[in-house]
Design a protein around this ligand. Structure first.
Ligand code: EPZ
Length: 441
């Protein structure tokens, strides 16, 4: 199992390029089920989650082939399969995004319920209510959602629940509605740039979608979606990876420029970095940060877009762990998303958390330790903290990291970080912090 060994205390500096957005690529790939004919996508990162979805699509009769580094060629070659197995859906919740396209294009979808994960309860009630409102008969059978409809029909859908809009719920409903008969209105739709990217992709195939980026999206159903040009469709840059890279410079007292980023997708994040005393400059296509001597304490509350993304909450908490004062951090999207607190405290942070709030008492320095990743973004936070901590830090179970970051250590090394990936079965962590166990006998 891979680990990262990080030698902390090095102020990062330099320029790095943002990759394509995981959370835009996944629903776009799932929507390929709707399309007759080959499509080309550009800017699709080589991530575990992308490859998991490509595997699932293969079982559903959709061929996914990587052409060059970031380009995919996708073609639906068999419209008969309709079942998405538990073993694949449980690995990656976004697999659930195939449900809407399957029902809309093939009249039936049998998709395993995704189950929960480390960032909290992950219901799909909003997805199911929307697809049922579009006219599908839905029932649950042995842990699978079985949804079928001869032809979906347009309706007024509500995609906002107690914690705000559902991003992939909006993706499922939006994709399904493109082939429904008549007009659909999604009220309380997610406004995330990834949903805009999906909607514009569907429009490039002949869909009729308006209102993208607002909380009310209108769709007029069409008979068929097909490529209108051979040009590859561009996936947007990953705003969460961009924010993570900016924070890696801020937490180490360094400076960095992220190229290929979209500053307009990160307005709240850049404002929060300024609030922490970080100097931020940006122009079309790139963002530069220069760290403050020590971060200022700042209260943050993760919210749906255009607020501070919940996917950067843990990474900001790592920065605030070094602030000269106390910060209050909340998460209105996933109130339980604080698995990273205990591990950050092992690195010398002083964070208390109760209910859906964390009190981050800044400390002058963190100290290296062996820590355990628990989910994708928590593992990124531990890497950032390790970059700032004295001595060395080992982050274990970084398979979590590989789900959403394409060799993050390589990009950090481009900024001067001393980070080494290794397989702990080849070199136990004992060499660093854990005393070697006495030989048996
Ligand atoms: C997407 O997950 C992202 N994943 C998540 O990123 C991100 O954290 C999340 O949106 C919020 O921005 C992808 O896009 C692949 P939601 P999603 O449905 O769509 C509740 C990462 O690290 N809810 O927007 O699954 C839910 O419990 C991942 O890249 C319902 O109540 O999240 C949560 O509290 C982690 N009923 C809130 O809504 C539903 O039917 C937002 O969830 C669906 C969701």
């Amino acid at each position: 199992m891979d680990c990262l060994r990080i030698t902390g205390g090095v102020p990062l500096a330099g320029t790095v390029t943002a990759g394509g957005s995981k959370n835009a690529a996944l629903p776009i790939m799932a929507a390929s089920i709707l399309v007759d004919g080959p499509i080309a996508l550009a800017g699709v990162p080589d991530l575990v989650d992308v490859n998991t979805l490509a595997l699932l699509l293969g079982y559903l009769g959709v061929e996914v082939k990587r052409q060059t580094n970031d380009d995919l060629r996708i073609e639906c070659v068999d419209n008969r399969p309709t079942r998405a197995e538990y073993d694949l859906v449980r690995r990656m919740r976004a697999s659930f995004c195939v449900l809407g396209p399957l029902v809309a294009r093939r009249g039936r979808g049998v998709v395993s319920l995704p189950g929960g994960c480390n960032i909290g309860n992950r219901p799909v009630d909003l997805h199911l209510a929307a697809i049922e409102k579009l006219g599908a008969d839905i029932h649950i059978e042995h842990g699978y959602v079985v949804a079928q409809a001869r032809r979906l029909k347009g309706a007024a859908l509500h995609l906002s629940g107690p914690f705000g809009p559902s991003v992939t719920g909006t993706a499922n409903a939006l994709s399904a509605a493109t082939l429904a008969r008549g007009r659909t209105v999604i009220i309380g739709a997610a406004r995330e740039p990834e949903i805009v990217n999906l909607g514009e992709f569907l429009n490039s195939l002949g869909a009729r979608i308006a209102g993208l980026g607002t909380d009310t999206i209108e769709i007029v159903g069409v008979e068929q979606l097909a490529p209108t040009s051979a040009r590859a469709y561009q996936v947007i840059p990953d705003r969460i990876e961009t924010g993570t890279l900016l924070l890696s410079a801020a937490i180490t007292g360094g400076s960095a420029t992220v190229r290929g980023a979209r500053p307009e997708h990160l307005t709240a994040v850049l404002e929060a970095l300024c609030g922490c005393g970080v100097d931020v400059t940006s122009s079309a296509g790139h963002i530069t940060v220069r760290a403050a001597t020590r971060p200022r304490p700042t209260n943050l509350d993760a919210r749906p877009y255009p607020g501070i993304p919940t996917d950067l909450q843990a990474q900001f908490m790592a920065l605030l762990a070094l602030a000269n004062g106390t910060s209050i951090v909340g998460d209105a999207v996933f109130p339980d998303r604080f698995m990273h607190v205990a591990e950050l405290n092992r690195l010398g942070a002083r964070i208390e958390h109760s209910a859906s709030t964390a009190r981050v008492h800044g400390v002058p320095a963190l100290s290296g330790a062996t820590v355990m990743a628990s989910d994708l973004r928590a593992s990124a936070a531990l890497v950032l903290a390790g970059l700032a901590a004295g001595r060395q830090t080992i982050v274990r179970r970084i398979y979590h990291l590989d789900r959403g970051y394409q060799r993050l250590e390589t990009k950090l090394a481009q900024l001067g970080a001393e980070v080494e990936r290794y397989d702990e079965s080849q070199r136990p962590a004992a060499a660093l912090h854990e005393p070697a166990l006495p030989p048996p006998g």
